[in-house]
Design a protein around this ligand. Sequence first.
Ligand SMILES: C[S@@+](CC[C@H](N)C(=O)[O-])C[C@H]1O[C@@H](n2cnc3c(N)ncnc32)[C@H](O)[C@@H]1O
Length: 219
Amino acid sequence: MSHHGRVEIVVLGRADTPDGEVVLRRRGDIVELVVNGVFAMDTVEVSSELALADAAGTTPGRVLVGGLGLGFTAARLLGNGATGIDVVERAGPLVEWARAGVTEQLGRVATDPAVTLHHGDVVGFVRGTDRVWDAILLDVDNGPSFLIHADNAEVYTAGCLADCLDRLTPGGRLLVWCETASSPLELTLRRLAGRVEVIDVPIAREGREFTYALYRAVR
Ligand SMILES: C[S@@+](CC[C@H](N)C(=O)[O-])C[C@H]1O[C@@H](n2cnc3c(N)ncnc32)[C@H](O)[C@@H]1O
C-alpha cells in the first residue's frame, strides 16, 4: 500500500505476464488498470465502453468481446439482453482476478451464466474457430495509432478485420474502439464491408476534451 497525495492506493492485483506487467489498483473510489506499464483504463469515464456495447444494437444476441478490461462493455451487453457473450482477454491474471471477484463488476461478469471468459489473443481466437456471432466488439488497445502492445497492430489489419466479418451472422456488426479517429482503419473497413459508420464519443477528462471513435461495419 502506498500514498499518492492524500488518496490511498490499494493494489488489488499485480502480476507479470509474457506480455508485460498487469496491475489493478484502487485509488480512492477509482479502479485503474495498467497493462504493460501503460495506463489502459479506469472507472472515471466509461461512456465509450458503454457506447461500444450499445453500438451492437438493442438486441445484441451472441457477442464476442475482445478485451475484458474492467468489464464495463460486457456488463452493459448483459443489461442490453445479450444471449451469450464470449470475452477473450490476453492478460491471464485479469481473467483469474475477475473469477475471484476482485471488483464487484468483474465478479458479476465472470459468474454470469451467459458469459464465457477465455484467456488468449482475440485474433488467434477468431482465426481458430468456425463459430459465428451477431456482433464482434474489439476494444483491446488504443487503436492503430497508439498501441500498448506492438503486436496488436495485427488487430487493425485488413486480414484480421476480414476474418472477424467472416465470423458474423448476416447483418452482424463489427465494432472497433479507437482513442482517436483513424482514416486508414475507416478505409480498410469500407473496402471490406462497403459501408462504415463512425460513432464519435466526446469525452471530458481532467479538464481536457477528447473524441473517441467507434467504427461500425455491418456484414
Ligand atoms: C481498454 S481494456 C477494455 C475495456 C473494456 N471494454 C471495458 O469495458 O472495461 C483493453 C483490454 O484488452 C486486453 N487485450 C489487449 N490485447 C489483447 C488481445 N490481443 N486479445 C485479447 N485481449 C487483449 C487488455 O489486457 C485489456 O484488458
